[in-house]
Ligand binder design. Structure first.
Ligand code: LLP
Length: 421
């Protein structure tokens, strides 16, 4: 019986070499996804850009890899900006987001010459204009708008509706004559608009609805102010495959209809096609990651549920607890063995909600066996914590049979290293 092979690497050997829990990220998968973005978006349409949403998974190594492939970067905090810059990313390729960028973060962004700041509120607009003025700089901005769409995804990752904390409603922008104010400011240069309707969207209707709303809004903007945007940013959100899902849709399923709307609009209005940017995160790294765990305690409750507990859990992957995410799991040494029963894969935290996978058929398991959770590349390491004082796992990059330690496992000493005794 063969072990589970991931990007040419025997996952049992990886678990033995580096210990568990272990994040394993496939470079080949990431490059394949970027190739799809190039083929079906960047090379297909003129004047397009793709920036990687760092919040999905960011290390200096990941930034270097994605930078080498030619993408830009979406950052959402001073820390993400710092990491990208430390990786050698050109600031001009960075788009800076956030609903509450601090004064210091904006200063840092302007100081290092970030390409675009996506302005999320009027108070931020005023701060940016004042700050850029003090620094003798001019910043290029987009306004993030809320198109008013209720996306079919978990409510915590739906972001384009009218009650969202992100962005500004087009109605508010128009009625408050806020665009006119922005256009008259000396130190900000408004280039266009941005939306991001939500994450893990497996249906393209929200994206299409949002782009239609955006174009309706732009028509009004042109009529009222004469301003013609030179850049539109359509966010990310393209879904991937988790357990029981059909295979993920190609990127073009989302981007082709949006581009069609934009091209038709520009032709009808007789205006130049703006630069169009997308911001995929999960699409690039989600299926490129797996997490390896070792089985510990196995027990069956009086109620009949069998818990297979592993040596990680909520601190390395809070997504099942937070969003009811459904992960697929594999017993990596038992490929091809028949499934014996339904089990629930539990984490080791002192928390009933610390479950990684509910009710999944698995082969007979025993203490010491290894399990892989699939599609853990996005929003796992980046959302990890030290809850219960559990050190974060190591992260290994793999490519065509070769493995390379990218992040070492945290130690107990790391846990107390920042404390002042
Ligand atoms: N652009 C903006 C402005 C965003 O806020 C996001 C994600 C993205 C792009 C990338 O979205 P993606 O392509 O990865 O779906 N922690 C949640 C996901 C939060 C997403 C936040 N924004 C999760 O684990 O599902």
């Amino acid at each position: 019986m063969t072990n589970y092979i991931f990007d040419g690497c025997d996952t049992v050997k990886l678990a033995e070499k580096y210990g568990t829990p272990l994040y394993v990220i496939s470079e080949s998968h990431i490059i394949e996804r970027i190739d799809e973005i190039k083929r079906d978006f960047l090379d297909k349409y003129p004047n397009t850009k793709a920036v990687y949403a760092c919040k999905a998974l960011q290390t200096v190594g990941i930034c270097k890899l994605i930078d080498k492939e030619g993408l830009g970067f979406d950052v959402v905090s001073g820390g993400e900006l710092y990491t990208a810059i430390r990786a050698g990313v050109s600031p001009s390729k960075i788009v800076f987001h956030g609903n509450n960028k601090t004064y210091d973060e904006c200063k840092m962004a302007i100081d290092c010459g970030v390409g675009t700041i996506v302005c999320d509120s009027i108070s931020e607009l005023i701060m940016l204009n004042d700050l850029a003025g003090e620094m003798n700089k001019r910043v290029e901005i987009l306004f993030r708008i809320t198109p008013g769409v209720n996306s079919h995804t978990h409510e915590y990752i739906s972001t384009g509706h009218h009650e969202s904390k992100f962005g500004i409603s087009p109605k508010i922008l128009l009625e408050g004559r806020l665009l006119e104010s922005a256009l008259s400011m000396q130190n900000v240069l408004l280039k266009g608009f941005h939306f991001h309707v939500g994450s893990q969207l497996t249906d393209n209707s929200s994206h299409i609805f949002a782009v239609k709303k955006l174009l309706e809004f732009i028509k009004e903007v042109i009529n009222i102010t004469g301003f013609i945007p030179s850049e539109l940013n359509l966010g990310g959100g393209y879904g991937i495959q988790y357990r029981d899902d059909p295979p993920r849709k190609p990127l073009s399923y989302y981007t082709d209809p949006m581009m069609e709307e934009i091209i038709t609009f520009c032709n009808n209005e007789n205006i130049k096609l703006p630069t169009v940017t997308i911001e995929p995160g999960r699409f690039i790294v989600g299926e490129a990651g797996i997490t390896l765990y070792q089985v510990g305690t196995i027990k069956t409750t009086l109620g009949g549920r069998t818990f297979v507990s592993v040596d990680g859990g909520f601190p390395d992957n809070p997504r099942t607890a937070l969003y009811h995410a459904k992960y697929d799991a594999i017993a990596i040494e038992k490929m091809g063995e028949p499934n014996q029963s339904l089990v629930t894969i539990a984490g080791k935290c002192c928390e009933s909600g610390d479950i990684l996978v509910w009710d999944i058929p698995m082969p007979e398991l025993k203490r010491g066996d290894y399990i892989a959770l699939l599609s853990t590349g996005a929003y796992n390491y980046s959302m990890s914590s030290n809850y219960n004082r559990i050190p974060r796992p190591a992260l290994v990059m793999v490519k065509e049979g070769k493995d390379r330690l990218s992040l070492r496992r945290e130690t107990y000493e790391d846990l107390i290293s920042k404390e002042i005794f």
